[in-house]
Design a protein around this ligand. Structure first.
Ligand code: ZN
Length: 223
């Protein structure tokens, strides 16, 4: 009895899912018309722009250091860690906490690995970025797989290469965002499970904020 009453409701639900417009096949574009793709794109564009600015600052800082030293300063794991640490810190501050982000890497043997979970919308930009590293790697790598060619690279050149990678990434991301604006009259909402996840995350953040405010006022009352 109950199940037969539920059936029409279920069918309505299934049809509702079927008629949600998904313009993912838009010409020349890998991004669909989902709100989440837009959040991801905007966030990554902000992060990449921030990274490029940070590289500009670091490049001029290291050029000054090199002048002072009077010799080329070469990359080692400490320098590389410091550079990546400060760029990574800026990038994390520039990202939208609701956005998805994926990593990619080109190893010393010039093999590119992109996080398999990367969405089609962001994957192309990551590929373009890593292609810059692969090109530099192919040109410089030795036949000995145990020698990392980057140990004979100037810190400044390494940072210029990274900046060029982000530049390529930005070009692709901007193109994707323009296409999305052109092709998608309406952006589809987040799917319900993603929406729930984001709301739970926000609620938790708000709880933490109000807890820290309570602590703050408690601290003040003690003074
Ligand atoms: Zn890179």
């Amino acid at each position: 009895m109950h199940t037969t009453r539920l059936l029409p409701l279920l069918l309505v639900g299934v049809f509702a899912l079927l008629i949600i417009p998904v313009d993912s096949g838009a010409q020349g574009s890998a991004c669909g018309c989902s709100q989440q793709d837009k959040i991801d794109l905007d966030s990554r564009i902000n992060q990449v722009t921030t990274a490029m600015k940070e590289y500009d600052a670091l490049i001029s800082e290291w050029e000054t250091k090199e002048k002072g030293a009077g010799e080329p300063l070469m990359l080692n794991s400490t320098h590389r860690g410091n550079v990546q640490g400060s760029v990574g810190f800026r990038m994390s501050g520039a990202g939208d906490p609701n956005a998805r982000a994926f990593d990619a890497v080109t190893d010393p043997a010039c093999h590119i690995t992109i996080n398999p979970n990367a969405t089609p919308c962001l994957r192309g930009a990551l590929e373009d970025h890593e292609a810059v590293h692969k090109k530099a790697c192919d040109k410089n790598t030795s036949s000995n797989p145990f020698i990392d060619w980057r140990s004979s690279q100037r810190v400044v050149d390494y940072m210029k290469e990274e900046k060029a990678g982000y530049q390529k990434e930005l070009e692709r991301l901007t193109k994707e965002r323009d296409q999305q604006q052109k092709n998608c009259q309406k952006l589809t909402k987040l799917d319900p499970s993603m929406q729930r996840q984001l709301e739970q995350g926000k609620a938790q953040q708000e709880r933490l904020q109000s807890a820290s405010k309570r602590l703050e006022s408690f601290g003040k009352s003690l003074n």
